[in-house]
Design a protein around this ligand. Structure first.
Ligand code: ADP
Length: 503
């Protein structure tokens, strides 16, 4: 089977081959059992004829004759054989030396010789006889020889040979062979044609899927879908799976495209602003200290924004690439205090405070968690007008450590709420452009939470305030203090391992 042979051809060939083998076995079985049955019938015929002739013989086949020495000798009267008349069977009588005495006329003038070993048959072989096959003038025949026995002294006085041509058996077997070969050939042809047809129909969805997939490749159009066969079978599952794959690819591809577009757009704005300021400086702004100072401050602000954005993007890219997070015990209460201290200088007219503060330790990456919490805190301060309040909290709830940042600020509209964690999403563009955000802060929060096998949530009432939360799963059981204080390496060094003891 060459590699260029189609699956359909291979299937057809294999199926037809198996079928041919099965037919061959069946045909041989039928042929030999029929042959066996026919030959058994022939044997039965021969025995029936033998019994018939022997009955005639017993009724008067022997006549006592006085020999010249005066003894009584049984004389074999072979004429009795002529009484036996059967068009399909012949009979011959031989004397005890194997000399042919008489025969029925239906051997077409041929004498059937007596097999030499027949002369060794004793009186005891009356019931078994000797079966031999002969060929005379192209005609096969079977003969059965039995001894003729004088019952008074059990002496063999001659032999009876009954024979039967095998013409009818051979005709029947030839016919059977013809039927088996012809029928087998027809059956094989039909099987091959049927299999080819069926496999073509069965595999046509595969062809269609392949064609669609090829056109997707050619047109680079991920929006296309392969046709789904109606039956709920393997091909249906294949098509559905391919379509799911395409959908994911399409989504990823679109997200990628959108992301690149968003990034370019976001980078362009500060760069354009900086270019404008540079032009101001070039066109004599340097001679005006007031103008120069303003332009430089502007540029510093834009550069800061660019750096922040690039850092954020880097962080996101790393979490996208599943960069290995460090997983070490992080005391969240300490972390919360640290974030509180770093946010304080930014608070301005907003009251910053700490609400519930449980003592919770989780396994995670301290820097990333801090970054997420800072993002939430900065947002809270940014979107809360002076006089409002931002509250940081830490609780233990339902097997999670719950970090919350609530504010009494502007809140988020219901239609923005589902998208708030998306990249580059900003609920109010003009306002946050001014405050310098690029819409990446919350997506970082989400990524960090998910990288810790937790998640981020938000609840908000427009005009009343918002509450952001990070849910982090608690470690299954707190590690006992001793083991965490004793590094495994030290234990190994004491065990005289090849590791250097001073590390
Ligand atoms: P940005 O850098 O614009 O703040 P974020 O991803 O941090 O980007 O936030 C996305 C958007 O979510 C913001 O533009 C703002 O509209 C909204 N938002 C975030 N935090 C708050 C909050 N505490 N109160 C009201 N709106 C918020």
């Amino acid at each position: 089977m060459g590699p260029r042979m189609s699956f359909r051809t291979r299937l057809t060939l294999a199926y037809t081959g198996f079928f041919a083998l099965a037919l061959l076995l069946l045909g041989c079985g039928i042929y030999f059992s029929v042959r066996q049955a026919l030959l058994a019938g022939v044997q039965r015929d021969l025995w029936a004829a033998t019994r018939q002739v022997r009955a005639i013989f017993n009724a008067g086949g022997l006549e006592p004759v006085r020999t010249p020495t005066g003894e009584l000798d049984p004389y074999l009267r072979s004429e009795f054989i002529q009484i036996f008349n059967n068009p399909n069977l012949g009979a011959q009588v031989f004397d005890r030396n194997g000399r042919l005495l008489n025969s029925t006329p239906n051997l077409d003038g041929h004498d059937l010789p007596l097999a030499p070993e027949a002369l060794t048959l004793g009186a005891e072989s009356v019931g078994t006889g000797l079966t031999t096959t002969h060929e005379i003038d192209g005609i096969n025949l079977v003969s059965l020889v039995t001894p003729l026995v004088l019952q008074s002294n059990n002496r063999v006085v001659g032999y009876l040979q009954v024979w039967r041509p095998l013409r009818d058996v051979e005709t029947t077997l030839r016919m059977l062979t013809g039927i088996l070969l012809g029928g087998g050939a027809i059956a094989l042809l039909m099987t091959a044609a049927g299999t080819a047809l069926l496999s073509r129909r069965a595999l046509s969805p595969v062809d269609e899927i392949t064609r669609t997939a090829q056109s997707i490749v050619r047109a680079e159009d991920l929006a296309q879908r392969v046709p789904v066969p109606p039956q709920q079978d393997e091909l249906h599952r294949l098509a559905v799976t391919i379509n799911e794959l395409l959908e994911r690819l399409e989504k990823l591809f679109n997200a990628q495209r959108r992301f690149v577009a968003d990034v370019s757009h976001e980078l362009r704005t500060p760069l354009a602003a900086m270019q404008g300021n540079l032009e101001v400086l070039e066109r004599g702004g340097l001679n005006n200290p007031e103008l120069a100072r303003e332009a430089l401050a502007d540029m510093r602000r834009e550069t800061g924004r660019l750096i922040r954005m690039v850092n954020d993007l880097l962080l996101l890219a790393q979490s996208d690439a599943r960069v290995q997070l460090r997983f070490e015990p992080v005391e969240l209460d300490t972390l919360l205090l640290e974030v509180y201290r770093e946010l304080r200088p930014l608070a301005g007219g907003v009251v910053l405070r700490i609400g519930a503060e449980d003592q919770v330790t989780v396994l995670g990456d301290r820097d990333r968690l801090k970054q997420a919490l800072l993002n939430l805190g900065v947002n809270g301060l940014q979107y809360t007008p002076p006089g409002g309040a931002v509250t940081l909290g830490l609780e233990q709830r339902d097997g999670f450590a719950l970090l919350t940042v609530s504010d009494t600020g502007v809140g988020i509209n219901e239609e923005d709420l589902p998208h708030i964690f998306d990249r580059f999403y900003r609920a109010d563009r003009s306002r946050s452009r001014y405050s310098g955000g690029a819409g990446l802060g919350l997506s970082i929060v989400k990524r960090v939470a998910e990288a810790h096998h937790g998640y981020a949530t938000v609840a908000s009432v427009p005009g009343r305030g918002s509450t952001f939360a990070i849910w982090l799963p608690l470690p299954p059981r707190p590690a006992p203090a001793e083991t965490s204080e004793q590094p495994a390496l030290e234990v190994k060094a004491n065990d005289a391992s090849p590791l250097p003891a001073s590390r």
